[in-house]
Design a protein around this ligand. Structure first.
Ligand code: IPE
Ligand code: IPE
Ligand code: MG
Length: 262
């Protein structure tokens, strides 16, 4: 068992050694589906929650490194609208994580000029979690460095349904003219309204799917998947993803890399 992990890690380092450096094109917005915590724990004979606990360390590492590299927005998928289907104990543990994470890390976030935000349906989030989130958001509001945006009880379908509800309400009350509804207006009704669309999406844990994450916003995002479980994901993996991103030619349906020619 030990040998297997040791080998995998070393192999990964060698691989990363080849690709590190040359991070010439840094994505403005990186979004991450942090998957594989449960399997990481299970492989070690540990309960799933041990994987979620370990995951916080990766969140810290990746936040520090993306901020250092000059990424402007980091969106982390922490809990989906479908994750309520998990056993009560696991859900309870996951809901305690924001509080735990911020207790040990808020000071560093403040010092590093990071702005904490949250994106999702907050109506089902327990009070103690909301208190920790409100505190983090308000204490980092004045910062103007990287935005650390947690997608918590987030799901694209619910986000889009809510956008429809609000939009219809605004049309009925005369606040919005239905003839004006275009892509920009629709974007403005989504939870991500103040943020640019992600440039790079990373999903760890080996699944090649989006699991109801930012479906509208990912229309032209570069996608990057890895088998590495989130607790094992490190700076080298992040560099590899960003290096690969740098090699992609984004055409947005046109013929060369220039969105204005859309
Ligand atoms: C991701 O890891 C964290 C959440 C979805 C909250 P998982 O808990 O989904 O881990 P796996 O996919 O079961 O290994
Ligand atoms: C996606 O992971 C949600 C988060 C990472 C928060 P899941 O583990 O819930 O996704 P599925 O169920 O495998 O699609
Ligand atoms: Mg999973």
């Amino acid at each position: 068992m030990f040998e297997k992990f040791f080998f995998r890690k070393n192999e990964k380092r060698r691989e990363a050694g080849r690709v590190s450096g040359g991070l010439h094109k840094i994505p403005t917005h990186v979004a991450i589906i942090m998957d594989g915590n449960g399997r990481w724990a299970q492989e070690r004979g540990l309960p799933r929650i041990a994987g979620h606990r370990e995951a916080m360390k990766t969140v810290k590492k990746v936040t520090r490194e993306t901020s250092r590299l000059g990424v402007k927005v980091l969106t982390l998928y922490a809990f989906s609208t479908e994750n309520w289907r998990r056993p009560k104990k696991e859900v309870e543990y996951l809901m305690k994580l924001p509080q735990q994470f911020l207790r040990s890390y808020l000071v560093e976030l403040i010092e590093n000029n990071i702005q904490v935000r949250v994106m999702g349906d907050m109506s089902r989030i327990p009070d103690y979690t909301m208190r920790a989130i409100h505190q983090a958001v308000s204490r980092t509001k004045q910062n103007d460095g990287m935005i650390l945006n947690f997608a918590l009880n987030y799901g694209s379908h619910s986000e889009i349904a809510e956008a429809f509800r609000t939009m219809i309400h605004d049309v009925r009350s005369g606040k919005l003219d239905e003839e004006q509804v275009d892509e920009k207006i629709v974007s403005g009704y989504l939870l991500s309204k103040s943020l640019p669309d992600p440039d790079l999406l990373i999903r760890t844990g080996g699944e090649i799917r989006l699991s109801n994450f930012m479906l509208w916003q990912l229309a032209y995002t570069e996608l990057w998947f890895t088998d590495t479980f989130w607790p094992d994901f490190d700076e080298d993996d992040l560099h590899e993803a960003i290096r690969d991103f740098g090699k992609r030619q984004r055409r947005y349906g046109g013929l060369k890399e220039n969105r204005s020619e859309k």
